[in-house]
Design a protein around this ligand. Structure first.
Ligand code: SF4
Length: 370
């Protein structure tokens, strides 16, 4: 297998362990790997999260991990965004927080805590999934773990990937998508996945990876990992999200499309999504404060009807239309979709649009249903 020179392997500096999960197999497995890392048992995870969120020196909390109980549901329908076409995705919240540090990451606004949380009551997660999938056998679920964290970045610590791959392998009405900018794929390569797992990478230009994606792996390593999981028989996804307007963006994004199709066969690609830089307007201060030298604010970002800042429409159409043509020059079949855009932007960029969110969901389900 390839050696990934840019792979990031986050090392915990301290564990806080919620009493409710201290004997769970998940927590015991994580702690067994780090016998020398300081640990503190706590009764109230919320109090700890609040202390971390309001600390004047947040940097001192970095690298600390909370092992906690997921009190709410693990599975949530993606809220999408008002008055836009959304894809009916479900998020499985197995962790919260990420070590990679992208400047544009909206978790900075949503989570407001420097702690990384792993939810350890995975038996509850399995019971919840069982109940959902069995109760609605005619409903198809596309589920991903990459909403509140990166799906693979903590794989060397929590080893959750293989359990998820095995769980979904025999599910008729669901698939799991593991979406990442890291390359901890080693434990996934020899599993009986039955093509019910899609392994996806978020892609950007090399320039934006260097400037805006913290310590995330190089694009070359993401593609090398894609080649490995393709060899292992998995379906793949690619997410160009967020596309960022910057000098040379056309050549940069076209180059990445070329490199994907040099490595991956179109029939193994479940989907490619496109989304332009956007964030809830109230998060802007946090993003700027955390990353004052970022270039993401140099573009003209206007306030949309959903209270998110986005590029002016002609810029988005230019980006999406260009990508669509470049992808189509390699494959007429690969399914390309827009994340949280209006029917008007679909039509202007692609020349067609799903009628509504329900139709987009159906089209995406069809890519992986059989
Ligand atoms: S990889 Fe994803 S979750 Fe992690 S910092 Fe970047 S955008 Fe956020």
């Amino acid at each position: 297998m390839n050696v990934f020179a840019s792979r990031q392997s986050f090392q915990p500096r301290k564990f806080y362990i919620g009493e409710a999960v201290q004997d769970s197999p998940f927590a015991l497995n994580v702690l067994r790997k780090y016998p020398n890392v300081e640990r503190t048992f706590i009764a109230d995870a919320n109090e700890l999260l609040e202390n971390a969120a309001t600390a004047s020196d947040k940097a001192s909390w970095r690298g600390q991990v909370l092992l906690a109980r997921q009190r709410g549901p693990f599975l949530r329908l993606c809220p999408g965004t008002q008055k836009h076409i959304c894809c009916g995705y479900h998020n499985l919240d197995v962790a919260a927080g990420c070590d990679l540090g992208c400047t544009y990451c909206i978790l900075q606004g949503y989570l407001n805590s420097p702690l990384i949380t792993f939810y350890c009551n995975t038996d509850d997660m399995v019971a919840e999934l069982d109940q959902k999938l069995l109760r609605h056998p005619n409903r198809f679920y596309r589920i991903g773990t990459g909403e509140l964290s990166d799906s693979l970045t903590f794989e060397h610590i929590n080893e959750l990937g293989p359990d998820l791959v095995r769980y979904f392998a025999d599910k008729k009405n669901a698939i799991i998508e593991l979406k990442s900018k890291n390359v901890h794929i080693d434990d996934l390569l020899d599993l009986p996945h039955n093509r019910r797992t899609v392994i996806s990478w978020s892609m950007n230009t090399d320039a934006m990876r260097d400037k805006e994606e913290g310590v995330a792996t190089t694009i070359a390593d993401r593609l090398a990992a894609a080649a490995e999981v393709q060899k292992a028989g998995y379906r793949l996804g690619f997410h160009f999200d967020p596309m960022i307007e910057h000098e040379g963006w056309r050549d940069g994004y076209r180059d990445i499309v070329d490199r994907i199709f040099r490595v991956v066969k179109p029939e193994n690609i479940a989907w490619i999504s496109l989304g332009a830089l956007r964030y809830p307007a109230p998060f802007e201060d946090v993003l700027r404060e955390n990353h004052p030298n970022s270039e993401i604010y140099l573009g003209e970002l206007l306030l949309g009807i959903d209270k998110k800042r986005r590029y002016f429409k002609p810029i988005r159409v230019d980006m999406f239309g260009g990508m669509y043509r470049w992808i189509r020059s390699y494959s007429k079949e690969v399914f390309v979709y827009l994340c949280m855009e209006s029917a008007e932007i679909w039509r202007r960029s692609f020349g067609w649009s799903p009628k509504n969110s329900g139709e987009l969901k159906r089209l995406l389900d069809e890519q992986v249903r059989d």
